[in-house]
Design a protein. Structure first.
Length: 395
């Protein structure tokens, strides 16, 4: 017992002596003439109250700058100011940028605590865009909790002279009537604005397109809030275009030097005045009605709708000219009625495969071709409408 007591006393005495020696050494060093900052290696409190025990970089006045509106091909820049608000130095170097964004070399590669440096980010838009956002990365080294900073520039790219829409589209227009749409040309300069001329680029169908200058109302001009003036061009397609896709381009010549020529594609589809609508088992493009497998003891029925539009819609008459095979396929056109506020006349087409019909294969295979219904009309150009039926009558 005495031995353990002596050992404990010795340990306590040794600890006290060690503490006293260490305190004497620390006090002696603290009284030396070394700069005070050499001892300031602890956490540093920023103006915002956040504490950083190492280097930390912020962007004064924010890391996002809005250029507002800018023209295509113009170059704008913004200078971001970086500041080290931490307690240790940090290293800086350029990182990645988006494909259209560049920035100048950093004026410092090391940022001491409290120091600032400038980074200039510039961008030259090569295309038009309602909104853009580009970024430039600054990599940060020797900071414990920060790897990089993203600097962002954004805005809107405008044309000196801008067409709205950029592509004029006509949806399923009649081959026998006029169709028109308004193309708006907006001027974003302070120069006097005039349309000097218009022409169709594709000469094969150029005689079917007519361009008429129209003034824009205040409401139409307000559609482009930053436009200073604007002019409308009424594009009218005359009858006579072939059925199918529209492929035309209008060339607009203006009085603005930087936008003296504008090309606007004209797209769409010319369709017949007469079309056929059905349910999910009707393939509109092929004019094919799939009746599936029909039980001969029950037969089968279906209804399609013949739609007539265009200037001749009230005068057109229709009848079933023939069915094939005539002993199996029966068809009848019902009374017409107006739809879409009178713009379309709809005829019901009742189709029947009577019960007791002989077994037949009309699946369009080698065993049998599709059945057919021929509709005859009094329309001046769409004189007939062929329809096909796909079915099999079981034995």
């Amino acid at each position: 017992m005495k031995v353990w007591t002596l050992l404990l006393v010795a340990l306590l005495a040794g600890s006290a002596m060690g503490y006293g020696q260490a305190r004497l050494e620390f006090d002696g060093l603290a009284n030396n003439s070394l700069p005070g900052d050499a001892w300031n290696t602890g956490a540093k409190k920023t103006d915002s109250g956040e504490i950083h025990s190492s280097g930390h970089v912020i962007v004064l006045e924010g890391d996002h700058y809005d250029f507002g509106s800018m023209q295509r091909g113009a170059t704008l820049s913004h200078v971001f100011v970086l500041k080290n608000v931490g307690s240790m130095p940090v290293g800086l170097k350029k990182g990645k940028t988006t494909c259209k964004c560049t920035f100048s070399a950093l004026d410092k590669d090391t940022l001491m605590p409290g120091e600032t440096c400038e980074v200039e980010v510039e961008w030259t838009p090569k295309s038009y865009s309602d909104e853009f956002l580009q970024t430039a990365e600054i990599k940060i080294t020797e900071a414990l909790a920060q790897e990089s900073i993203q600097l962002k520039v954004g805005g809107r790219v405008i044309q000196v002279v801008r067409p709205v829409p950029h592509e004029l589209t006509f949806h399923n227009i009649s081959s026998n009537g006029d169709s028109s749409a308004l193309l708006r040309i907006f001027n974003f300069t302070g120069q006097a604005f005039k349309i000097l001329g218009t022409e169709s680029v594709e000469q094969a169908t150029a005689d079917r397109f007519v361009y008429t200058i129209e003034p824009l109302s205040e409401q139409e001009l307000a559609m482009e809030g930053e436009a200073l003036s604007g002019i409308g061009i009424r594009v009218t397609i005359k009858p006579g275009l072939p059925l199918g896709p529209i492929k035309q381009v209008v060339r607009v010549l203006t009085s603005i030097k930087e936008g003296k020529e504008i090309l606007v594609p004209i797209r769409g589809t010319v369709v017949s005045d007469i079309s056929v609508m059905g349910g999910s088992n009707f393939h509109k493009d092929l004019g094919l009605l799939n009746l599936g497998i029909i039980d001969r003891s029950e037969g089968g029925k279906a209804t399609l709708h013949l739609l007539v539009k265009g200037p001749y819609r009230h005068d057109v008459r229709m009848k079933v000219a023939s069915t094939d095979p005539a002993d199996i396929v029966k068809a009848h056109i019902g009374e017409p009625k107006e739809i879409n506020n009178g713009l379309v006349i709809m005829y019901p087409l009742e189709i029947e495969i009577p019960a007791g019909s002989p077994a037949a294969n009309h699946f369009g295979s080698q065993q049998g071709e599709f059945a057919k219904i021929s509709i005859q009309t009094t329309h001046p150009t769409a004189k007939s409408v062929p329809l096909y039926l796909k079915f099999l009558i079981s034995r």
